[in-house]
Structures are given as structure tokens and as C-alpha cells.
Design a protein around this ligand. Sequence first.
Ligand SMILES: *Cc1c(COP(=O)(O)O)cnc(C)c1O
Length: 375
Amino acid sequence: MSKSLVYDTTLEINMSNLVSNLTYFRSLLSPKTKIMVMVKAFSYGLGTYEVAKLLEENKVDYLGVANIYEGIELRNAGIHLPIMVMKPEIDSFNLMVEFQLTPAIFSIHALNKLMVTLAAEKRYNSKNPYIISIKLDTGMHRLGFDEHEIEELIQDLKQHTNLKIESIFSHLVATDEEKHDEFTQQQIELFNKMADSISKEFNYHMDRHILNSNGIIRFNAAQMDMVRLGIGLYGVSSELASQRKLLSVSSLKSKIAQLKNIKKGETVGYNRNGLATKDLITATIPVGYADGLNRKLGNGNWQMIVNGKKVSTIGNVCMDMVMIDVTNVPCKEGDEVFVFSENNSIAEMAKCIHTIPYEILTAYSPRVKRIFVKK
Ligand SMILES: *Cc1c(COP(=O)(O)O)cnc(C)c1O
């Protein structure tokens, strides 16, 4: 009989809350609007396959990943939903085709590479075209066709009768910041203008999509044919009213490995940064920066929750461990510790170290065991 390891540190993902968040976003959309869920970077760090499976069961329309590798992982795990690859490796279009992934074509160079692959494939023709999506740059200035390239793109596409443009999309740069709302509106207008000039040259419908999570909340009128839901599904919104409606999806739990009595004047951890200004009790927690706990959260910059009370870190975060000051909280070795949770959230954690919740979530390493619960 195989023995299973009991992990000290786990990232708990509440699948019921994730579905509830999906339901919330659905309630903001017309029943006709399709939903693509972004599951790139292991579903924002939470675990690609499990989340993708749940989304398939809950009938989302599309999954979005960053690269071909992520798409292949999903296919190998048995996911049948259409999958769009946002930033395809253009030298691996053969794998794109083999695993039936939809490339976001962002340049003439990328389009030419795809055509070389399809020429070798032969099985795609005007009756059985390969499905692609066209990515337009409306202000992000990262990937995508600029307005002046549209004419050339159209001429090329017209020659490639073995392609079908399933959708045209663009990405908004600042849906979470009111001061950029005018720019966001300009992006939406430019997108529609560029998409019009493409679609009028073809005699079939092309879906349009431009909204991310905060876009769905704040620029709802631009939902078009599909939206691309990401961080909101995972329980985070920059907009207060929506944040209240979203349920917390992930929490990082650990256990007290050891308690120590520290005398006034002694120090805790590397480089003696954690000076005891009075007698203290510390607890050592087996989660460190190699697990994804940012080192800037040491030295009192973050509070974990032990037996319902918030307690601060003390000293530097180590690679595999961190110490917290539990002087004022009755606790014992083995007690549960919430590194982050609903009441010490990743949004707060992000603020503490001047970053965004996206980076916090995606930083948790594969070493941290993901546990999927329904409750
Ligand atoms: C990641 C991503 C999204 C989702 O953004 P959120 O802010 O997480 O909702 C949407 N579109 C594209 C192109 C993306 O890369």
C-alpha cells in the first residue's frame, strides 16, 4: 500500500466559490455573450487541469492560455473545449495544429509561419478551414496588428482560403483605472473600426471580444460576442461593489512547525533582522520565498492568521520558512496558520508589497500542494 504524504503547506482552492463567481459574471452578461475563461499560468496559479475540468462541466465557451505548451497540457488532460493561444510560439505551429488549438495571429510574420505549416498539412481547405483569431493592437503596444497593417492583412487573408477567422479581438490596457476611462473608450472605438474593416471583406460572421474581468464590470456595453474572464473568476476585483459579490477562492494554509521563546535583545532569522525588543514567543512556519511567499513580506510587513488572530512576520523570510510573532496568541505546535485567506487577502498582500494580485497568485510554486475542495 502506498503511503501518502501529509503536506504542511497547502493552497486550498474552493471550487464551489469559483463556480459562484462564474455565476456572478454570467449575471452581468447577456445570455448570448460567450465566455472565454483565461486559464493561463496554471489558472493564475491555482491548477490548470482541475479548474479547466470544472469550467468544462459548467459550460464556458472557450479557454484561453498564453502559449502552446499550456494548451497541450490541457489537451493531454482530456479537455475538449476550444482553446485559444494568446502568444503562440510561431516555430511550433505544427503542434498547434496537432492539438487543435486556436492561434491568436498577431503579425504578418506569424500568419506566414502558420501558412507554411498548413501547406505541409494539406488536410485544410476552403471546406475544412483551420480556425484562427486575429489580434489587433488598439493601445497596449505589445502584440497585434496596427491600424496601418490592416489593408495588407486583408489582402493576405483573402488568399488563404484554408483559414477561417473565428474571432477578432483586442486587449484593454486599463479597465481598472477610472482616470483612463476615456482612453478605454477610444480603444473600444478603434477596435470596432478596425474589426469592421476586416469583417466587411468576408461573407461570414466573426466574433468580437475585448473585455477582461474589470472590463465586464466597468464597460459592460462592450461585451460584444464574447468576453475574456480572468482574475474575477479567481475572486479578485479592483471594483469595490463587485469585490463584495465575489467569493474568496484560494487560501494558503500551513502549520506551526515549532514555537520558540526569544529573550529581549536576541534576534530571529538571517542577518539578525528580527530584533526582539521584549521577550517574545515566535512560531516557525514552513513556507518561504521558494514557495512564493515574497521576501518583502518579512520583518512585520505581513500578518498571518493564527487561531483567529492576526500576527506579524518577524525577521527575514527564508527560502523554506518564515517566523511570526505569536506572543499574544495562545497556540501550539501543529496549529493551523492562514498565510493568506479571505481575511488577510491576496489583494491586501499585493498592496503591502506594491504589486498586483495577479503576481501574488501566479508566484506560488509547484512545490505548494494544491487542494481542491467543494463546500
Ligand atoms: C489574461 C488576459 C485576460 C484576462 O484578464 P483579467 O484582468 O485577469 O480578467 C484577458 N485577455 C487577455 C488577452 C489576457 O491575456
